[in-house]
Design a protein around this ligand. Structure first.
Ligand code: FES
Ligand SMILES: [Fe+2]
Length: 394
């Protein structure tokens, strides 16, 4: 790439950052959506990988999906492949997913593996990250290799969620989510039981999906045959204060809603709370709906500018899960229902990726129901501005 091209890219990116900062500084009710180029600039995406995905805490799934020793899942933090694996001592640890020989990726997808064998020349690792065997390597070198381990990645569990980060200086997840804790704690989501989890790949920019998930404005329109039917927009509430690491909204589901009300054996929640759902977004890319009876979530792993891997899951409140003995189709019916919701969103966010690349695409004003999009823009503006980022360790 020529020097001239690089300079042009830098100018374009800094112009986009300025535009975003301007939106971030404007009052919520006067703010507009982001300029369309933020979804289509390779340089902007590179910056996001470096400053967001390689620096912030990233959710990679629910802890109860990795219960047995050897259970593992893989992910990418920016350009760094990683895996989390349950050790023989029941501790969940995360490591670089790159072999210490000639740097082949070690594990793929999710699964269970007592030992990790590199698919290239069969170097073998324990699930504590230690190198156990390097066949046909000179004896003297072998002795030195015995002490080798895969580089460890920071991993923390918060209320059943697994978070990982490459940032050694990041404050703990618990301290970053301190103000969210009292909001979600009455639901005791750490006890929710995972019943569905799977990965998809959608053809869109990851930010279009975050923005789509976090606003209820589209629900009565896009989801009028599914979740939108039970969504009284006027009962949506947002926190008064803005937080650096997350945002959320609460909404009250209609009493006729198929899902979203507390089970009769739920003694934790009272009054209106029995129909209230909380919808947090943990920046940059972890989103969930926490309802009295269930939890559904998406966490995103951008593959490239127009492609995103989505880890999707459904969990049930323990009393709902226990009551299922006589209703074996409950989970598959619920799964079908949320698959429909996902399909409705997929159609929208993939279409948006196309239309935002058009010549005449221009952003319009946000509704009060899109307040969290403004929170997201504030987050992006802070994090993508390197000087601001360097002044913060959150
Ligand atoms: S690259 Fe892993 S064993 Fe050679
Ligand atoms: Fe949606």
């Amino acid at each position: 790439m020529s020097r001239g091209h690089l300079v042009k890219e830098d100018i374009r990116t800094s112009r986009l950052l300025k535009q975003i900062s301007k939106i971030a500084k404007s009052p919520v009710l006067e703010a507009s959506a982001m300029p369309p180029q933020v979804y289509h600039s390779e340089d902007f995406f590179k910056l996001e990988k470096e400053q967001l995905f390689a620096r912030d805490w990233i959710c990679v799934g629910r802890e109860d999906n990795t219960r047995a020793p050897g259970d593992f899942l893989t992910w990418k933090l920016g350009d760094q492949p990683i895996f989390a694996i349950r050790g023989e001592d029941s501790t969940l640890r995360a490591f670089s997913n790159v072999c210490l020989h000639r740097m082949m990726p070690l594990l793929e997808g999710t699964g269970n593996s007592k030992t990790i064998v590199c698919p290239y020349h069969a170097w073998t690792y324990g699930n504590d990250g230690s190198l156990r065997n390097a066949p046909l390597i000179e004896k003297k070198v072998q002795a030195h290799l015995k002490r080798k381990r895969l580089p460890r990645i920071r991993l923390e569990i918060w209320k059943g969620w697994i978070y990982v980060t490459l940032n050694k200086d990041a404050k703990s997840v618990a301290s970053q989510l301190e103000k969210l804790e009292p909001v979600v704690s009455p639901y005791q989501m750490e006890n929710y039981v995972s019943v569905v989890h799977r990965d998809y790949t959608w053809q869109t920019n990851w930010k279009l999906l975050v923005e789509n998930f976090m606003e209820g404005y589209h629900l009565p329109v896009v989801h009028n045959k599914t979740v939108g039917r039970w969504f009284p927009s006027k009962k949506t509430k947002f926190p008064r204060q803005r937080c650096n690491s997350f945002t959320y909204q609460t909404f009250i589901k209609d009493e006729t809603a198929l899902y979203g009300g507390a089970h009769k054996k739920n003694k934790k929640l009272r009054g209106i709370q029995r129909h209230t759902s909380i919808m947090p977004t943990i920046f940059p890319s972890h989103m969930y709906v926490l309802a009295p009876d269930h939890l559904w979530y998406l966490t995103l792993n951008p593959i490239n500018l127009g492609e995103v891997k989505i880890r999707f899951g459904l969990s049930l409140a323990p009393e709902v899960n226990q009551s299922l003995k006589n209703n074996s189709s409950f989970v598959s019916d619920m799964d079908d229902f949320f698959e429909k919701v996902n399909a409705e969103d997929k159609k929208i966010v993939e279409a948006l990726f196309e239309s935002t690349s058009s010549l005449l695409a221009a952003p319009g004003p946000l509704s009060w129901l899109e307040r969290e999009i403004h929170d997201f823009i504030v987050y992006l503006s802070k994090r993508l501005n390197r000087r601001t980022f360097e002044g913060s360790n959150q």
